[in-house]
Design a protein around this ligand. Sequence first.
Ligand code: BES
Ligand code: MN
Ligand code: MN
Length: 455
Amino acid sequence: MIEITNFIEKNRETFLGQLIEFLKFPSVSSRSEHKQDVRNCGEWLVQHIKSIGGENAYLFETEGHPVVYADFIRYPSAPTVLVYGHYDVQPVEPLELWNSDPFEPIIRNNKIFARGASDDKGQLFIHLKAFESILKTNETFPINIKFLFEGEEEAGSNHLDSFIEKNRELLSCDTVVISDTEWFDFGLPSICYALRGIAFVEIKVKGPNRDLHSGSYGGAVDNPAEVLANLISRLKDRYGRVTVPGFYDNVLELTVEEKEEFARLPFNEKLYRESLGIKQTYGENGFTVLERTWARPTLEVNGIYGGYTGEGAKTIIPSEATAKISMRLVPNQKAQEITQLFVEYIREIAPPTVSIEVFPMHGGNPVITPIDTVWMRKAKEALRNSFGVEPVFIREGGSIPICETFQRVLGASPVLIGFGLPTDNIHSPNENFSLENFFGGIKAIANYYMLLKDK
Ligand code: BES
Ligand code: MN
Ligand code: MN
């Protein structure tokens, strides 16, 4: 391990320069104007993997953004690890809140600032640099490795399921490793064993065939914005419990042991509130903040629009109004079933004065993985070796839709060994990644691959 560590230390500047190149691509998957940028970024990745010794590196076409695949396979008897990550990023808006250009990475306070720095380009790159560092110092690689890098995770991974189903043989593996999650706290390496799923829908309420004068028509024509507000108000009770019938039917309850484990984590509710600028937390009765965000399903309005929102006053009844709604799901809820329940409930409570459409946008099932496996034990060991701290097992509230597909289709549970920090501002202005975690992550992942050799 010492030669590998030395190699990483010697190459800090080179690695950082390459990461900066990678971060400069505005690979925003949800925006059609960035379609070519996403592809260029994928092509750069393919070339980069080839340049560090990866083999069979290709850009695979899908009906959406392309998938990057590469591998290095030498020993039929050694374990095969599939590394997943995503090279697409979230949109950057609101741009005026960034202190520097999101696609001109800069380093301040030992952090690198750019969209995608932490989610997920920086974390994905850790694996490539660990791979390279081992290969350059050992002349071979201890295990069989396959890389699968997606270009549309942030848009819902809509085409990756069928890619995986069509390429079972190519992707067959003993375990999946993913760095796309966060540590519980600064200085506290964490392995995540469960993520929530998601069902995302758009709901559109249509009323009169044009905006109407609210004086001439107000009182006789129903108002789509008001209907929408009313529908939304009937989706949850005031304690945050979702009122869609059947929503909780398949929810797997937390075990007593899990609740105890959660309670042992260094969570400080006062600091949590202060860091968010809120007076009070909220949520389902009888659950703590960690339980509510990690292990309970929920529903949120992500955006709502319709009618006049410009400067000053304008007296109209809007012709239509729209809301974007996501539901976070926990084992054993299924994204498709929940979407169906949502649609049925809206249909049932919809007033006859307007027409309402629900468009399912994307969905992903929740995932929970065993923690008493050799893959998990070695992950813990590698983190301990690299960071000198005993890692914790945690769950997280976010979603990586493809995790459950890996489990179901490939029969391999993902090991979520992430290096993000809660202060990384993922999906927000001024996203950043700690260089300590970037370089520490490379060492930990290199160590992990070495440890898996003698599994
Ligand atoms: N890396 C995140 C998921 C994540 C965030 C896990 C924080 C744990 C902690 C991922 O890129 C993400 O943002 N996923 C989306 C999925 C959606 C767009 C389908 C999410 O959770 O909103
Ligand atoms: Mn991510
Ligand atoms: Mn993300």
